[in-house]
Design a binder for this molecule. Structure first.
Ligand code: HC1
Length: 568
């Protein structure tokens, strides 16, 4: 261990500890802007400067490691004034229209300006009037807010392996942008929104669609139906000061009914349906010598990734639409028929943890006749905005149940929201369908958790089924390369675009650090445990759907409504 003195306090820390980490261990919170607990140290912002006895000038605490006997000061007048100057330099290049900013109230720069007592922005603004990139349905980039911390570049390149944005130009002309400063729609951006989740300010945010929802709700000629994704219910509470991992399903349902939705349904219903369709597709591929390993197809950022980077492997993708899209297609067919409604008079709204879902809903293949399966997609963060706008107190709402039949679901559907969940849900059903026996241990614990890659072999009758799970696109890439080399000895692979699965989606409350994601995952498994039924094939509303409408899995209607194709 190494002994140092920070602000007069003696501290012992392991070698290679940075000054920033050592200080945080002793409850001394040195301010930062580019530092992120799950990322590499960058040393870009210089806000974390400290003084070291005997050294000239300042040192950046995030990238200076401690040395035996070091005496460090973190909060002198000189340091505070220097930090104020650093912050003023950043602010000179930052559009400070905070009141209308998406991150107003949850902005690291705004908080720091308060904490460092910035009384005036004394440098002239040099912020460029760069155009706002609104070239796509998912993500908006506002470069006038960018503070060039580099977090988005790291997540896009090193975690997702996508490389849609970089540093372009040099020196004071340096910007963060796609190559040749193109729009995001002109480069292979998968719209995962992981850049949004790490951005300390409002330089990247989701394309907001809440106004469309309010308008639909006030239109007397529209029947407005909503679905809620599995990962929204364990996360929304964070926006309202509730403990991380609070389960607020009943309160969300109650809120949505209060603001006027005609029916409040659940994406979990079609997550159960996905298991039936996808499970049967897997069994069919195994029996008929189809393309294996089969890859899951519910995560739209992942679909864009494989379409851009591995089009030669598209035949490995399950042809199942995602649960979001299956839901929309069924509302405009099965449900419309049942209710005697015209599909064109129905508006389907989705509440998703995901920014890529907005673009998925607008894909060419995702509509039948003249209407889309899903009309409007909003994120968990946008739902929180709607709650605030309505002035309804989420915490005080009584819990209510989803409407039937498209609101009924099992615990297997709930776990879709965490990495490994789709695979676990599929195994619970495939095992019982193939063997006819009841599965004793339905918790596949070795497929759970935040690790980027997991695998297992499950005996199903005479066959040992080899499965793998990857989350985060860089991990997906490793599996795709193995498939290309013919070395992927798996039958079925689950891939989720976002690290941790949908609980870490690009539309979720910020911050979303790994420790926060772990608590969200625990809550997902709580929802599963609390469910009366925990296997998709036990869902009585799904059984009824097949009896009344679909007739059989992979049948003609399923093919038309629930399955899709991809673009190479
Ligand atoms: Fe997901 Fe899915 S689990 S993709 O992560 O298959 O977004 O939550 O809704 O569609 O069900 C997201 C979550 C979500 C779909 C389901």
């Amino acid at each position: 261990k190494i002994s140092i003195i920070i602000d007069g306090k003696k501290v012992s820390v392991p070698p290679d500890t940075t000054i920033l980490e050592a200080a945080r261990k002793t409850q001394i919170n040195i301010p930062t802007l580019c530092y992120h607990p799950d990322q590499n140290v960058k040393g870009n912002c210089r806000v974390c400067i400290v003084e070291i006895a005997g050294a000239n000038g300042f040192a950046a605490a995030c990238c200076t490691t401690v040395k035996e006997g070091m005496e460090i000061k973190t909060n002198t007048i000189r340091i505070r004034e220097a930090r104020q100057m650093v912050l003023n330099l950043i602010l000179a290049n930052h559009n400070s229209q905070c009141l209308s900013c998406k991150r107003n109230g949850n902005c690291e720069l705004q908080t720091l300006s308060q904490e460092l007592n910035i009384e005036e922005e004394f440098l002239d603004k040099v912020v460029d009037l760069l155009p706002i990139d609104q070239s796509n349905f998912s993500i908006v980039r506002d470069q006038t807010k960018c503070i060039k911390c580099g977090r988005c570049i790291e997540v896009c390149n090193d975690v997702q392996g996508v490389g849609a944005i970089y540093n372009v130009n040099r020196s004071c002309d340096m910007k963060i942008a796609p190559a040749y400063e193109k729009g995001l729609s002109e480069v292979p951006c998968v719209y995962c929104g992981q850049c949004i989740n790490v951005c300390p300010v409002g330089a990247i945010y989701e394309k907001e669609d809440t106004k469309e929802v309010w308008r639909a709700l006030e239109d007397p000629n529209k029947h407005v139906v909503v679905q809620i994704a599995p990962a929204v219910r364990v996360v929304l509470g964070e926006e309202f000061g509730m403990e991380t991992g609070s389960i607020v399903t009943g309160k969300i349902v109650s809120f949505l009914k209060r603001i006027g939705f005609d029916k409040v349904f659940d994406t979990n219903f079609t997550a159960d349906l996905t298991i039936i369709e996808e499970g049967n597709e897997l069994l069919h591929r195994i029996k008929s010598g189809g393309k294996l390993p089969m890859l899951t197809s519910c995560s739209p950022g992942w679909i864009r990734y494989i379409e851009f980077f591995y089009p030669e492997l598209l035949q490995h993708l399950s042809t199942c639409k995602s649960p979001q899209q299956m839901f929309g297609a069924l509302v405009k067919s099965y449900y419309a028929e049942k209710m005697g409604l015209k599909p064109e008079d129905i508006v389907v709204v989705s509440i998703m943890p995901c920014t890529a879902k907005k673009t998925e809903a607008k894909r060419e293949e995702m509509h039948l006749n003249d209407y889309y399966d899903v009309d409007i997609v909003i994120t968990t963060r946008e739902l929180a905005k709607m709650v605030r706008e309505s002035r309804i107190q989420l915490r005080e709402l009584e819990e209510e149940d989803f409407d039937v039949p498209l609101g009924l679901s099992t615990g297997a559907a709930a776990v879709f929201g965490a990495t490994g969940g789709v695979m676990e849900a599929a195994l619970r059903t495939v095992y019982e369908v193939v063997t006819g026996d009841e599965l004793d241990k339905i918790d596949f614990k070795n497929l759970r958790g935040i690790a980027g890659f997991k695998e297992a072999t499950i005996p199903v009758g005479d066959l040992d089924v080899n499965v793998a799970v990857a989350n985060g696109l860089k991990n997906a890439k490793i599996l795709l390369d193995l498939i290309k080399e013919g070395k992927a000895n798996y039958h079925f692979i689950e891939i989720m675009c976002c690290p941790g699965g949908c609980i870490g989606g690009g539309g979720q409350p910020i911050p979303a650090t790994n420790s926060i994601k772990e608590k969200r995952i625990e809550a997902i498994y709580q929802v599963d445990l609390q469910s009366e039924l925990r296997k998709s094939h036990q869902n009585p509303a799904i059984k009824e759907l097949y009896e009344e409408f679909l007739i059989e899995p992979l049948g003609e209607k399923s093919h038309k409504l629930l399955h899709t194709h991809y673009i190479d």
